[in-house]
Design a binder for this molecule. Structure first.
Ligand code: GFB
Length: 310
């Protein structure tokens, strides 16, 4: 992929897609193509086919997806399954029809069995039952991996997949009902500090362990793999380090400067007990994450000053 190439970023307004756009612009790419969901409904096969016929991109980053935290996944199961299956099927098939040179599909670490050994190695895919709170999303993402593999096998398409761990960064979702834990806790601690509240409620026991990657690191890894990785077999992208949700809560509490208590809502689900990626394959290729969790949280928090709820 070179700066003169035409690159389509599906999902450019999302946290991941916008980080990929920033990275490509920084690398001198000017022929970037994207559409908002109002302009192009990626669930419509005819609309996606027409778009590819008109634009004919050379390269595609498939970062468009219906995403959300544990509660959104658990509530809107049909939406998470249908939207994601349609989006990825339409784009991957159109990329094949219109001769895209290379496509990178973004999956998720929730594709792995709920109780797989840790850290999660790529070969653990489809070795056990999935976490029920996000099974529909995981099934859709597994289908995306299999589409890339099948098109490579049957047609020789250079389609690759990556599995990022839990992500955070600029452009995240701060709506408490739909968001992931990291933005939710930043908002909860910030609002509690501002209003002088005595406690902050976190969901579940606080004992599940998660790994968090800054989305700028993810965008860099995706760009690196778009340049260098052209073979079958998807790759994990993470930091290789995790912490408990309670430890995360304490870290965010100290960044925000809140001094009240942390209490638990045990009616809310814990989800997967642990999700830590084995990143040795990616490291062996020459890429490692560069943004520490504390530095990443500080910069995200700093960047929130203009938000309406801040
Ligand atoms: O980030 P999160 O929503 O998603 O939740 P998952 C992670 C953990 O944080 C769970 C706890 O154990 C939550 O119960 N938690 C504590 C909170 N307080 C809060 C809070 O205020 N908000 C939220 N959202 N969680 C999702 C999957 O799983 O992660 C998706 O559902 C996807 O499919 C995504 O894989 C990356 O890590 O549990």
């Amino acid at each position: 992929m070179q700066a003169e190439d035409k690159v389509y970023i599906a999902g450019h307004r999302g946290m991941v897609g916008s980080a990929i756009v920033r990275k490509l612009r920084a690398m001198g790419y000017e022929r970037l193509v994207y559409r908002s969901s109002e302009e192009l409904d990626l669930r419509s096969q005819s609309a996606v086919t027409d778009f590819f016929a008109t634009e004919r991109p050379d390269y595609v980053f498939l970062a468009a997806a219906r995403v959300g935290g544990i509660l959104a996944n658990d509530t809107y199961k049909a939406t998470f399954l249908y939207d994601n299956l349609m989006i990825e099927s339409n784009i991957i098939h159109a990329a094949h029809l219109y001769g895209v040179k290379k496509l990178l599909f973004l999956g998720s670490s929730c594709i792995y069995p709920r109780l797989a050994p840790q850290p999660l190695r790529e070969e653990y895919l489809l070795t056990g039952a999935l976490e029920p709170t996000n099974e529909p999303y995981a099934i859709a993402k597994i289908a995306g991996i299999k589409l890339c593999e099948a098109y490579r096998h049957q047609y020789g398409s250079n389609f690759i997949s990556v599995m990022p761990t839990n992500l955070y960064g600029p452009g995240d979702n701060y709506d408490l009902a739909g968001s992931h834990v990291l933005p939710a806790l930043i908002r909860k601690f910030h609002e509690a500090a501002k209003q002088g509240l005595p406690e902050v409620v976190i969901w579940g026991t606080g004992s599940p362990r998660r790994e968090f990657l800054h989305v700028d690191d993810l965008a860099e890894a995706c760009y690196f793999l778009m340049q260098t990785y052209n073979q079958a077999g998807f790759l994990n992208i993470g930091t290789g380090e995790d912490l408990s949700i309670l430890e995360l809560a304490h870290l965010i509490r100290s960044v925000v400067g809140y001094e009240g208590r942390i209490v638990h809502d045990l009616e809310k689900p814990d989800g997967t007990p642990r999700k830590l990626l084995d990143v040795s394959r990616l490291k062996a290729l020459g890429w490692e994450a560069g943004i520490s969790l504390e530095a990443g949280i500080r910069s995200v928090y700093e960047g929130l000053k203009g938000e309406a709820w801040y």
